[in-house]
Ligand binder design. Structure first.
Ligand code: AMP
Length: 397
């Protein structure tokens, strides 16, 4: 069937891509262009189990998309099945509460949100611009990380600061990982058909991490804020803390506000506390070898994740499901156990054996028989969600 979608995810210095076919079920090719903006940028294609890497003569987003186009020209069997392109967009502000087909008005809307995501938005716009030029016949869609959380009530999304910051500058909680939460919500509805009438907590735990409460199918609260820095402790991000600390850090190390923010975004979290790594696997190995700081970092991560799960749960009538997803949520039985240990007062209990023996990369129900909440591992798939959104928008044309 002719239904392949090219999914493009432009980061500030990388461009990830994949071609999904058969209603998104098959990945025909995937890859990444890395270290864009440097002299050592390269692009890697994975196709039929083989990896091909080449250096980029010009290390920018435009050249990376040109390389993808050149690859497609060499693979007409795949090129001929392409029906659209889906772009992952980090910030849709209050303008976009769902995925949309890209036209000039949408591009202007993304541009208007750029001040809220200054690192990502220019890369997204570049990716769209180049794709429109290189693939003029293909419809293209924008899928926003923020749109799923546009259902939050004012009480949840406003910051308790003078209202004119919201009125004039749109400073409010937006939340992220929305494409992942939407995918999990749909998967859970297939596993437990009543879940769209229930209360669901999701912990998306990867290098970036957040929690989301889904009340009767709609996001009712989430831990990330106007940027992805708020909320949980993450790989290199501190998550929430007393805002006064920013000025203390600036004064202690003679830093500008941006530099101090860099400490909180890039040098904190698991990395900052362990003084070893931002990577959960490395820290678990170190903990097993007796590294106390690695254990402290992991246990702080668990405690803070549990706190935010409880905090977001205040928007639910009941906690019927807890879902773990993301690289850490799907793979770390140690952290899942440590998080649920903190939730014992809420009668959320794991079955230790099911948790420890959960198959990798698959859905698992790991709750104890007497747990009030069903506990799940559901692997996320943001690319698939982007491809499905793109297909459904194209079908509506
Ligand atoms: P993500 O950002 O969703 O790709 O997740 C990346 C995080 O998942 C990193 O901290 C990895 O160390 C962690 N992770 C991946 N596999 C495992 C594993 N088998 N055990 C523990 N953590 C893992």
């Amino acid at each position: 069937m002719k239904d392949s979608i090219l999914v493009i995810n432009c980061g500030s210095s990388s461009l990830k891509f994949a071609i999904l076919a058969n209603s998104g079920q098959d990945t025909l090719m995937e890859g990444i262009a890395d270290q864009l903006g440097s002299d050592t940028s390269s692009i890697t294609f994975k196709h039929q189990g083989e990896k091909h890497q080449k250096n980029l003569t010009v290390g920018n987003h435009e050249f990376a998309v040109k390389e993808i186009k050149a690859w497609l020209d060499l693979h007409p069997d795949i090129n001929n099945t392409l029906v659209g392109i889906g772009h992952r967009i980090v910030h849709g502000g209050e303008t976009f509460n769902q995925s949309v087909l890209i036209n000039q008005e949408v591009i202007n809307g993304i541009q208007e949100c750029a001040s809220l995501a200054p690192l990502h938005s220019p890369a997204h716009l570049k990716g769209i611009d180049v794709s429109l030029a290189l693939f003029p016949g293909l419809p293209q869609a924008a899928v926003f990380d923020t749109s799923f959380h546009q259902s939050l009530s004012k009480e949840q999304f406003l910051y308790p600061i003078p209202m004119d910051f919201y009125r004039e500058h749109h400073f409010r909680k937006y939340g992220f990982h929305g494409t992942s939460y939407r995918y999990i919500n749909q998967q859970l509805a297939q596993l437990s058909p009543n879940s769209d009438q229930q209360g669901v907590l999701v912990a998306h735990l990867g290098n970036g991490a957040s929690t989301c409460a889904i009340n009767k199918g709609k996001s009712s609260d989430t831990s990330m804020g106007i940027t992805p820095l708020e909320g949980l402790m993450m790989g290199t991000r501190s998550g929430s803390l007393d805002p006064s600390l920013l000025t203390f850090i600036m004064k202690a190390k003679h830093l500008s506000a941006e530099e101090a923010l860099d400490v909180l975004n890039k040098k904190s979290g698991l990395l900052g506390v362990s003084e070893l790594s931002n990577d959960c696997r490395t820290l678990e190995d170190a903990m097993i070898s007796g590294d106390e700081r690695a254990k402290l970092a992991l246990d702080m991560f668990a405690v803070r994740t549990a706190k935010y799960l409880v905090s977001t749960a205040t928007t639910l009538e009941s906690i019927d499901h807890l879902v773990f997803t993301g690289g850490i949520g799907e793979n770390s039985n140690y952290l899942r156990q440590a998080i649920c240990q903190q939730l014992r007062a809420f009668n959320i209990k794991l079955d230790d054996s099911l948790n420890n023996n959960a198959p990798r990369g698959a859905v698992s129900n790991i709750g104890a028989k007497d747990s009030h909440t069903q506990v799940w591992i559901i692997p996320t798939n943001e690319e698939l969600m982007i491809a499905l959104d793109t297909i459904s928008l194209i079908q509506g044309l």
